[in-house]
Design a protein around this ligand. Structure first.
Ligand SMILES: [Fe+2]
Ligand SMILES: [Fe+2]
Length: 291
């Protein structure tokens, strides 16, 4: 069994220090195998904001946890036009990670991060043709028993926005990226950007998508909340073909774990496999669940 804490949109500069401290406390209590941070480290890509974000990452790493991260659109300077176009992610590289498309692998997980943040668009993301190749090639030699995970800041598919059937925008070339992810037999697609927690089978959203489970994280620590949604992060426990997802939401001064949701791969698709119905009951230990 592997465990992942999936954080996103930490937005230093518009963060709540009490929430940041609670996230760190949770991480060190639970000690996941991997901390995924899916972009928007800062509010406006300013040096002081990057310094705070870098200190956050450093504290997590110095506590002995592994971190994999990708940049978000807010990590590209917005108003400094020279920097925006000439050196869009220099500060990200300097403060967070030199590698914009990082790789993490252990005995159970193979994780690729892809940078979808671009200078030319203010909010929207994109996947390049080179990155499609990277998605296909990175997973070629990964043994079949490992869970394959692709991390982006911008989601690769449109999510419902409300009751009106309205859908969010997607990263440019997202359909091609989904095809590449299907070819690479990616199991999980992790993303952020919309500050809303959400999970769904990729095929329920896009017919041609592969058998992937899509997990969106809300904003972990930002005070920019959307749709009345509080800060949250995802706690994921998984083995090949089984995922338990628990969203932890900020409620009156503390993170409270929601009801764990189970997903299972049936050989052709990922689907909902149950939920712990009792409010406030901790997650059923993974190994004790009926498969
Ligand atoms: Fe964001
Ligand atoms: Fe974003």
């Amino acid at each position: 069994m592997a465990s992942i804490a999936h954080l996103s949109d930490v937005h230093f500069g518009r963060h709540d220090p009490a929430v940041v401290a609670a996230v760190e406390e949770f991480l060190f209590a639970k000690r996941p195998d991997l901390v995924v941070i899916s972009g928007d480290f800062t509010q406006r890509a300013r040096v002081a904001q990057y310094e705070l974000a870098a200190q956050f990452v450093e504290r997590i790493e110095q506590g002995g946890l592994e971190v994999i991260a990708v940049p978000g659109n807010h990590d590209v300077p917005l108003y400094d036009v020279f920097r925006r176009f000439a050196r869009p992610l220099n500060r990200y590289k300097r403060f967070i990670d030199d590698e914009l498309c990082p790789w993490f692998e252990n005995d159970e997980l193979a994780v690729l991060g892809i940078n979808t943040a671009r200078s030319l668009t203010i909010k929207d993301g994109s996947v390049s043709l080179d990155q499609m190749v990277k998605i296909r090639e990175s997973f070629i030699n990964v043994p079949p028993e490992k869970t394959r995970i692709l991390v982006t800041h911008h989601p690769l598919f449109a999510m419902p926005l409300g009751d009106e059937g309205e859908l969010t925008k997607v990263a440019n070339r997202s359909m091609d990226a989904l095809t590449a992810a299907a070819d690479a037999r990616v199991d999980l697609l992790l993303a952020g950007h919309f500050h809303r927690a959400y999970s769904v089978s990729a095929r329920e959203m896009v017919e041609t998508a592969g058998a992937a489970l899509v997990i969106q994280a809300g904003t972990a620590t930002s005070t920019r909340l959307r749709g009345g949604e509080q800060q949250s992060f995802n706690w994921i426990e998984l083995s090949k073909g089984n995922v338990q997802l628990q969203v932890h939401r900020w409620e009156e001064g503390a993170f409270v774990g929601g009801r764990p949701t189970f997903f299972a791969y049936d050989g052709g698709n990922w689907s909902f496999a149950g939920r712990n119905e009792q409010e406030g009951v901790p997650a059923v230990p993974f190994d004790e669940r009926a498969s």
